[in-house]
Design a protein around this ligand. Sequence first.
Ligand code: FES
Ligand code: FES
Length: 220
Amino acid sequence: MHPQESAAPSAACPLSLTRRDLLVASAATAAAGSTVAAEPTAPRPAAGAAPLHKLTLTVNRQPYTVELDTRTTLLDLLREQLHLTGSKKGCDHGQCGACTVIADGRRINACLSLAVLHEGSQITTIEGLGTPRQMHPMQAAFVKHDGYQCGYCTPGQICSAVAVLDEVKAGIPSHVSADLTAKPLLSADELRERMSGNICRCGAYSNIVDAVTEVAGRTA
Ligand code: FES
Ligand code: FES
């Protein structure tokens, strides 16, 4: 017998417990707890497991079928699974525009859009607009006008600018359009307003406007 254990509580102290009493009591408490936890509950996925969804979409004219966690954003799908890292994650909250891509002809913040919403969609990222050897006119204009410094916001700026010119062509007015029924003007104010969702921490804004204006002059 362990020297600290005694066969019976001391008569002088009727409340004293032996070490064995305490072990028995705590084992009983644990058993009671596990009984509660084992009561039937609704089936749940194993810890760490996530429901997977099969998704088919086209990115930069290439078809993809992927299996993903239904909570995956389009930005994470592009960057983490398809390894198209041109689209940048700045704020991940829809505030900076660094993640802008073109989905079915409309520019969107890929960080705010669940990938599963894009079943069958046509997505264009900066990699799909042009290549270093064969640049899209908007990419070439950004280079020509120094429309960037660090370049982190640039893929989003360029995707946004390309979609802006399509919006102008389609006659879609902006917040600063004076006449909502007239063909939108390609003024600097219009371009600034339409590009206002794309933040540039380097402050390359005036050069970005120059670049977009040049391409607008060619294509709009
Ligand atoms: S990363 Fe999507 S808006 Fe900033
Ligand atoms: S070029 Fe650096 S954030 Fe825009």
